[in-house]
Structures are given as C-alpha cells and as structure tokens.
Design a protein around this ligand. Structure first.
Ligand SMILES: C[S@@+](CC[C@H](N)C(=O)[O-])C[C@H]1O[C@@H](n2cnc3c(N)ncnc32)[C@H](O)[C@@H]1O
Length: 269
C-alpha cells in the first residue's frame, strides 16, 4: 500500500513516503509541493497532510488537492488535518464576552494571537515567540496550560527547542542547522532594498505563515469541488485508513491529540 505524507515536517514515520520542502533527513523526500507531485496517475492509496494546507492560498490549496486527486487510486483516501477556524473563533468570542473575569484577560490576548499572528507575521514565529518568551519567563502557569490545552504543545518544551529563543542554550546539530539557515536567509534578505525585504524574502516563504483557514463546512466543500466524495469530519482517533493510529501521526503515544483544536477530514476518490 503506498501512503504519502505531504509537508510532514518532523512528524514522519516508516511505511510512508514523506515529503517536505527542504528536509535533510534521508527519510524525507525534499520537494516543493507547489509543483506537481512526484507520482504518476493513480499510483497512491493514501494521502495524509497535517497543518499543511493552511500554509497556502485557497487557489494553491485547490491546485495541491487536484494533484492529490490525480495521483490517488480510485477508492484511495485523503486525510487532511488543519487548524479549526470555528474553534478559534468561538474561543475568541467566549473570551471577549467574558473579558471582565481577570483570568480571561491573558487568555484573550493569546486567542487573538492564535487567530491573527499566524496569518500576518513576516518573521518566523512572529509575535507568538515574543509572547511565549514573556509567559515562560514569568512562569505564568495559567496561560501556559491554556496554550497547551489549545495547541497540544507544552510551550516550555517547545521554547527550549526553539533556536530563536534566548533561553535556548543547549545546542545540537538540528539547532545549529536551523540557526545557520536563519542566518543565511537573513543575509539574503538584506540584499534586497528595505521596502521589498518583507514582501519578497521573508522567512514565511518557508511555509510558516498561514494563508487561509478552514472549518467543518469549507474544507469538505473544497474537497467536493476537486472531485472527492464520501467526505467526513472525524477526530484525531478515528480514521478509515487501516491501522492509522499505529503510526502515531494524529495522536501521541499517550493517546492525546498531537494537534488540538483541529479539523480531521477524510474523503475518497
Ligand atoms: C506546520 S508544519 C506541519 C508539519 C507536520 N505535518 C506536523 O503536523 O507537525 C508545515 C510543513 O509544511 C511544509 N511546507 C510548507 N510549504 C511547503 C511547500 N511549498 N512544499 C513542501 N513543504 C511545504 C513546511 O516545510 C512544514 O514542514
């Protein structure tokens, strides 16, 4: 069975063909997924992507899904996981409506950032990085736990692994490579006149910025437009892909969701 993971990042597993922009890991094929997929028509049984599609304009997302449709066998499955626009909007409205409770003020700030910063930032990690730095320094447990609950990421750990953070003092090869890449991009960026820098060569070109968001209505509609059928919204633990949970892509070893506040959608060719 041929299973493909698009934009796998660091979340790849054996038994899958893993593709990402510029991975140096031998288990990941470097490929710009804005180009055609490196498979022939009807060659693939399963396509999976997680927190990938929102990094493209709606037009590009449609092109990518059309490519997925081309390479999938008849009866093949696509599973897409994206941040849930509805969940973040509902949470934002809840916090706004309950802003008079003191504990909600910090949460309100976070949820606005979760909604907007990822869409507009022009630097890697954007304002979220500044915000994390503050709450980790203050050891603000309430908001750290809130972020963990929203994203499924313990930001203390994430922060520690993040080569951009001041507190990140333990170096390993991956961190050094990331730092060198950031430095290289910084040099290239400075070759452009200031007015063009952010627009042309910002680090969001690496796919970090969100360019669109989806909900339980718009994602199925997009899949339907491309030709997919039997479209279903599932959850992190349910899938039509045989033994999907054994690969621990959408769940962690302890069974919790890897990416909380997401939509899990599957469809067939
Ligand atoms: C937010 S990460 C998600 C990684 C992983 N799927 C996960 O859920 O943790 C988005 C991934 O999409 C990749 N990506 C974005 N644009 C891409 C492109 N044009 N071609 C290939 N990969 C791309 C990025 O390199 C990054 O690894």
């Amino acid at each position: 069975m041929k299973k493909v993971n698009l934009g796998c990042g660091d979340r790849y597993t054996q038994g899958w063909v893993n593709l990402d922009f510029n991975s140096e890991n031998p288990d990941v094929i470097p490929h710009n997924l804005l180009n055609s997929l490196p498979f022939s028509n009807e060659e693939v049984d399963v396509i999976y992507n997680s927190h990938f599609l929102e990094h493209f304009s709606l037009e590009d997302a449609k092109k990518i899904l059309t490519e997925c449709y081309r390479v999938l066998k008849k009866g093949g499955v696509i599973r897409i996981v994206v941040p849930d626009l509805e969940s973040v909007c509902r949470e934002y409205l809840y916090m706004l409506d309950n802003i008079d409770k003191p504990e909600n003020e910090e949460k309100y700030q976070w949820i606005v950032m979760e909604l907007l910063d990822q869409m507009v930032r022009t630097e890697k990690w954007g304002l979220m990085n500044v915000y994390w730095e503050e709450i980790v320094k203050k050891d603000n447990k309430l908001i750290i736990d809130y972020v963990k609950d929203r994203l499924g990421i313990d930001i203390r750990q994430y922060y520690d692994d993040n080569p951009m953070s001041e507190q990140s003092n333990s170096l390993n090869l991956t961190k050094i490579k990331k730092q060198l890449l950031n430095w290289y991009i910084g040099v290239i960026k400075n070759l452009f006149p200031p007015a063009y820098r952010k627009a042309i060569v910002d680090q969001t070109m690496l796919g970090e910025k969100h360019k669109w968001m989806y909900d339980k209505y718009s994602l199925p509609s997009l899949l339907q437009t491309v030709g997919f059928s039997k479209i279903e919204i599932l959850n992190e633990k349910t899938s039509k892909i045989p033994n999907f949970n054994d690969d621990y892509l959408d769940i962690n070893i302890d069974g919790t969701a890897y990416r909380k506040s997401s939509i899990y959608c599957e469809a067939y060719k």
